[in-house]
Ligand binder design. Sequence first.
Ligand code: CTP
Ligand code: CA
Length: 227
Amino acid sequence: ERLLVRTGPLAGKHVIVTSGPTHEPIDPVRYIANRSSGKQGHAIAKAAAEAGARVTLISGPVMLPDPSGVTTVHVESAREMLQAVEKALPADIGIFAAAVADWRVANAGEQKIKKKDGALPNLSLTENPDILATISHRTENRPPLMVGFAAETEHVIEHARQKLARKGCDLIVANDVSSAGGVMGGDSNTVHLVTASGVETWPTLAKSDVAARLVERLGTLMGDAKP
Ligand code: CTP
Ligand code: CA
């Protein structure tokens, strides 16, 4: 039996991180997805583990290896991601970096949908559960520190402020994902930390450095929360 002794600013803390896109099936061979690579979320999971936390990473389908020193749970859809988060609770910190698909196909086919003389399939969409809002708004089993992300293509700060309020989390990491920035799939990120007390804009950093700085900040916030 191996005993892992963890030291660091997050030692003794359990951190849940969601990362990557979700895939929402249309039929057994097709799905709806988005351009998230999972790089930022996975980097955060790794940084939290390096800061001494026990980390559960709940990952949608990504092309990345499982970070070492982290328990990784693989899921496909938003509903599976929510279930995996529920199962991983309780936690001290929740960092919800996944780009969860907002909609899924309500009438997904059990068999592959076939072309039929040019007739188009009638796909109807339904909204997925909002994982961050669901967990943040509850009173029982809510991680004391809840962090969300906001992927925006315009009015970044304004939208992030609205998300902070609507989702009921403690901190929003907002980033501009308009194609010019190359954030999606890229290795660097320019983020704004939005809390009830204000906005802090960080310089453009490698995603690994954004992760390290964020984890350091969360360590401070956890410390401040102590009586
Ligand atoms: N999120 C989530 N579950 C969803 C949708 C979003 O947990 N079904 C989380 C994301 O992981 C992120 C935050 O909510 O931390 C914001 O996601 P975003 O897509 O920017 O916000 P939405 O509320 O979906 O708004 P919109 O896509 O319309 O901008
Ligand atoms: Ca969304």
